[in-house]
Design a protein around this ligand. Structure first.
Ligand SMILES: N[C@@H](CCC(=O)N[C@@H](CS)C(=O)NCC(=O)O)C(=O)O
Length: 203
């Protein structure tokens, strides 16, 4: 049985979205986004830094959302959420899959630190301004690919959507998707209409 250690409004929503999309059975351990629970001895045994998501699958425990999504797809998906190596979509799949944590999430992390995590007297408005600009810049190339594709790498949903698609949704919540990024706005509307996504973001 799969067990997902989860916090609301976090990257763990990516994994829940995928579990729901694949209609897998799982249990959810909802953790409060607070050091008292995330940094508890119990949770640090699952993740050395006390973070989410963490997936348990029998006696396997796995952290890092990208690794978890890949693991679930490789092990439990038979709908081709990841293109085969021979497919011409494979290179763009890898590129945009890794673009999420590599390029989009670093400025988003800075924004979260300087709006929510640090006490107000330690927040830096200049660092925040730069991070917001960088986040908008880093998602702008995604607007371009969405002018050709319904989902991120083609006409059907793929592993990239659970990663990068979720980070576009979060970017919008942080008001970093400018009005002119019309394809991203169209895409966010599309994923918001999916039942699997609605369950993940409302959990
Ligand atoms: N690269 C990791 C990042 C994990 C991470 O930082 N998760 C955040 C929630 S989105 C967290 O647990 N933060 C708690 C903390 O920083 O104490 C992943 O993709 O899973």
């Amino acid at each position: 049985m799969l067990k997902l250690h989860f916090c609301s409004n976090s990257r763990a929503q990516r994994v829940l979205w995928l579990l729901e999309e694949l209609k897998l059975s799982y249990t959810l351990n909802k953790i409060k986004f607070h050091p008292s629970e995330l940094k508890s001895d119990e949770h640090r045994k699952r993740h050395p830094l006390g973070r989410v998501p963490v997936l348990e699958d029998g006696d396997i425990t796995l952290f890092e959302s990208g690794a978890i999504i890949d693991y679930i797809i490789e092990k439990y998906d038979n709908t081709e959420l990841k293109p085969k190596v021979a497919s011409n979509l494979f290179p763009s799949y890898l590129q945009w899959y890794h673009y999420c944590e590599g390029m989009v999430m670093p400025p988003m992390n800075t924004i979260v630190v300087h709006t929510l995590i640090l006490p107000p007297e330690r927040r830096d408005t200049e660092v925040l301004r730069q991070a917001k600009n960088l986040l908008t810049k880093s998602i702008t190339p995604v607007n371009e690919i969405l002018s050709k594709n319904k989902f991120l790498i083609g006409e059907k949903i793929s592993g990239v959507d659970f990663m990068l698609g979720h980070s576009l949704y979060m970017s919008d919540k942080l008001k970093c998707v400018n009005e002119d990024l019309v394809n991203i706005h169209r895409y966010i509307k599309l994923i918001n209409s999916l039942e699997s996504f609605k369950i993940a973001i409302n959990a």
